[in-house]
Design a protein around this ligand. Structure first.
Ligand code: F6R
Length: 243
């Protein structure tokens, strides 16, 4: 795992955008794995800016998001589908038919997971998978204890995850209890993983990422076994890492 330390959230976002822009400028049909949450918002702003300045086009880009809540409509402001429209897709020239998220309202969730896996494998391989880091070490919504080999599946969200995400909802009771997430097995097949970590509240989790043995109790620890991981962390998040 390669660690790049930057000053703050803005630098983290800009640096992350440079990896994505390099990819889409050098590859004909790039495939991106994307995340939601607070961490990648700045990255998306930089990508939109590059598009508006005529420095990048997303016309030939395909995207797969990590996850989606179960039980909320795509049109709901809290769906990850809406998050991606608002924070990225609607501002650039990406084709809607090339942006994929699991459908958390599918009648048959198991079939939805299998279809999502099929779509990813049809696209061959994710070139860069963007990840945020959960306070409990989750990646995607793969909570502690999730088998490393698992593919896209339905998860029960931990209370701590629902609490962390309740900031986007009126109250914690509105936070869905389940989600569909790409599995760790799926994530690990990406060519490159770009893990973004910002803020003091992630400092503990970042230490664990480097010091934990590879264990399902701390899902992100599996990244130690991936051949091409770049972690971009700001000063606040990396404050407990020994220099
Ligand atoms: C989001 C996702 C989650 C988040 C993680 C960090 O699609 O899969 O793993 O990346 O919960 O969330 P933030 O960035 O809000 O701190």
């Amino acid at each position: 795992m390669k660690l790049i330390t930057v000053k703050n959230y803005d630098e983290m976002s800009q640096k992350a955008s440079s990896f994505i822009l390099d990819l889409i400028q050098s590859k004909e049909n790039p495939v991106l794995g994307l995340a939601t949450g607070s961490t990648p918002e700045g990255l998306y702003r930089y990508l939109i800016e590059a598009y508006k300045e005529g420095k990048a086009s997303f016309q030939h880009v395909t995207t797969f998001n990590l996850d989606e809540y179960v039980g909320i409509e795509r049109a709901d402001a809290n769906s990850y589908y809406s998050f991606m429209q608002e924070n990225f897709f609607k501002h650039v020239d990406i084709s809607p038919s090339q942006t994929f998220l699991p459908n958390g309202k599918a009648a048959d969730l198991q079939a939805e997971c299998e279809d999502y896996e099929q779509l990813i494998s049809n696209a061959s391989q994710i070139d860069i998978q963007v990840l945020g880091l959960g306070l409990n070490g989750h990646i995607g919504f793969n909570e502690p204890g999730t088998p490393f080999s698992i593919r896209t599946h339905v998860v029960d969200l931990e209370e701590s995850t629902r609490e962390a995400n309740s900031r986007f909802f009126e109250s914690i009771d509105e936070v869905p209890t389940q989600a569909i997430t790409m599995g760790i097995g799926t994530i690990m097949e990406s060519k490159m993983i770009l893990l973004l970590v910002s803020g003091e509240q992630k400092a503990e989790a970042l230490v664990r990422l480097f010091t934990n043995e590879v264990s399902e109790e701390f899902p992100a620890s599996i990244l130690q076994n991936h051949p091409n991981v770049v972690i971009i962390a700001d000063e606040a998040a990396s404050k407990h890492l020994s220099k």
